[in-house]
Design a binder for this molecule. Sequence first.
Ligand code: PLP
Length: 215
Amino acid sequence: MGVYARAPLAFERGDGVRLYTAEGEAYLDCMAGIAVNALGHSHPKLIAALKDQADKLWHTSNIFRIPNQEKLAKLLTDNTFADVCFFTNAGAEAIECAIKTARKYHWANGNPERIDIIGFDGSFHGRTIATIYAAGNPSYVEGFGPTPPGFVQAKFGDLEGLKKLVGPTTAAILLEPVQGEGGARSWTEAQLKEIRQLCDETGTLLIYDEIQCGL
Ligand SMILES: Cc1ncc(COP(=O)(O)O)c(C=O)c1O
C-alpha cells in the first residue's frame, strides 16, 4: 500500500546510534524510527530484558493483574504529575483513549453535550479516524468521508481565537506542547499557563499529546 515516499534503502541491523545495510554500509541514525527509538538499537540490557520476558510469559490480557506493568506505572506516577497510567500499543490509540476519556468524563458528570475536541493546525495525533480529524490536516483527512461531529480546529498560537471557540459543547483542548510534524513549533510557558487557566475557568479538559516531544 502506498504510504510514505519510500527511500530505496534497507537496513539489516542497528547498534547504538548506527544502522547498517546488508552490504555493511554504516549510517548515523538521526531519525530513530520517527523519534521513537530513544534507547538506540540493540542495547544489551534491553535485549536481555526482552529475552527474559519472552522466556517467561508473552501475554495474559488485562483481565489479570500484570505485576511488571504495575511496577512501571508506579515508577511513572511517582515521578510525574499523573496518578493513573493506561498503557496502549501506539500513540494514536493513546489519543483515542484521551478523547474517549474526556467525553465520558463530561457524560458521567451530566454534560453529554460536551463532545467537542479542539485541536490545532500543524498538529499530528495519529492516523485513526478520530485522530486525523482531531488534527485536521487536510491532506490526511481527504477521501475518508465526512467530518465526524465533535472536532473543532483552532489556529496554533492564537489564544484570543481559542477563547472564542471554547463553549458549552467543548469537552477538551488537545495540543502538542511542542509540535513534531508541525516543525518543532512550541507553545510558550506563558501561553500554556493561559490555556490551563482557560480550561479551569470553563471546566474544559486539557490533553497534552507528548508522544513525540516526550514527558
Ligand atoms: C505527536 C504525535 N501524536 C501521535 C502520534 C501517533 O503515534 P503512532 O504512530 O504510534 O500511532 C505521533 C506519531 O508520530 C506523534 O508524533
